[in-house]
Design a protein around this ligand. Structure first.
Ligand code: FEC
Length: 310
């Protein structure tokens, strides 16, 4: 009989319906409910996005299914079973770990649907998974990051190169490529967190492979809190680019792997509105979603991690 290997696939999570937005937001805020104004503001953003209210749920389901298929196709000598574990919605990270144990899984690998490591992002998923894993006695090893995986870089580079075609006047007005990722509180810098450095490395790798010299990196989607977040923010960067005389901007959100609120609202609506006011032509690279090269990236890092433990 084939060895069964559990794969805990972790992702951010999204509400399932509008009446779950409050509970979701409360979970993100570590138990403190949002004010009615904050709740309305978030609900309005979900209602504004194209592609359904909560596309992240469907996209995560598809990614997890595609990863399981890819693993079992590429490594038929084993049997991989994928379990979802979401950060802020059911099935939670803890549910996924418990389910694996209940199903008799004896060995597992955890991977997050986000390529870059921060103690506040991927580290948070891992900590929660490990606490439950300890309580049920299931050994799990974790993929921490895969931000320079050749298949990932190839899939992202192809998107950048293809999207340059959307700028017919690019000879006269060279396109500035703007790599972006979710901002985090600045305090991660004191912890020597690898997150900002990994973002630069992914950006450099894509720019080199695409043969692009006109690029920069900018943060996006910072929270509205009293503490400072990593900058510059993409909206300020757009203004600075306008002042610099740039006309064409291509955003490539390297920190996200799926269509969801932070892409479909923060970039496609909010940043797009700012660009329009500034008279900039702004385009965005399509999300990876179930791109086979992304699935191969995940399959490869999961299997490599599993082999390390054998
Ligand atoms: O489509 C959806 O329903 C979910 C979109 C979504 C993704 C996402 C990814 C990341 N976040 C990260 C960090 C933070 C920190 C805070 C924070 C807050 C929010 C709020 C919403 C939200 N995030 Fe998120 N994030 C998504 C959605 N995020 C909604 C609450 C309202 C707001 O601030 O806009 C601040 C929490 C706090 O107060 O402590 C920090 C990071 C990622 C990328 C890595 C990952 O996917 O795990 C980092 C998708």
């Amino acid at each position: 009989q084939k060895q069964k290997i559990g794969v805990l696939v972790m992702s951010y999570g999204t509400p399932e319906s509008l009446d779950q937005v409050e509970a979701y937001y409360t979970h993100i805020r570590r138990g403190s409910p949002p004010s009615p104004e904050q709740l309305k503001e978030l609900t309005d953003r979900y209602e504004a996005i194209v592609g359904g209210f909560f596309p992240l749920r469907e996209n995560t389901n598809r990614q997890v299914q595609a990863l399981e298929e890819t693993l079992n196709r590429l490594y038929p000598e084993h049997e991989f079973v994928c379990y979802q574990g979401l950060k802020h919605a059911a099935p939670y990270v803890e549910d996924g770990v418990r389910q694996m144990a209940e199903d008799g899984i004896r060995q597992a690998v955890g991977v997050v649907l986000a390529p870059h490591y921060s103690v506040m992002s991927v580290g948070g998923y891992m900590k929660r998974a490990q606490e439950t894993a300890d309580s049920v006695g299931l050994p799990i090893s974790y993929v921490k990051s895969y931000h320079l995986h050749p298949s990932l870089i190839e899939a992202l580079t192809e998107r950048v190169v293809n999207m340059l075609e959307k700028f017919p006047d690019r000879e006269a007005n060279p396109v500035r490529v703007l790599f972006s990722a979710h901002s985090l509180p600045e305090k991660i810098l004191e912890m020597r967190d690898p997150y900002p450095q990994q973002m630069m490395e992914t950006s450099e790798a894509i720019a080199a492979k695409a043969g692009i010299s006109s690029w920069q990196f900018s943060w996006q989607s910072a929270g509205q809190t009293a503490m400072p977040w990593l900058g510059p923010d993409i909206l300020d960067t757009l203004k600075a680019l306008k002042d610099e005389g740039v006309r064409n901007v291509l955003v490539c959100p390297i920190g996200f792997v799926s269509d969801h609120l932070e892409v479909l609202y923060d970039l496609d609506i909010e940043a797009q509105n700012v660009a329009r006011e500034l008279g900039l032509h702004l385009e965005r690279t399509p999300s990876l979603n179930t791109d086979p090269r992304y699935m191969e990236t995940l399959a490869d890092v999961v299997v490599s991690k599993w082999k390390e433990g054998v």
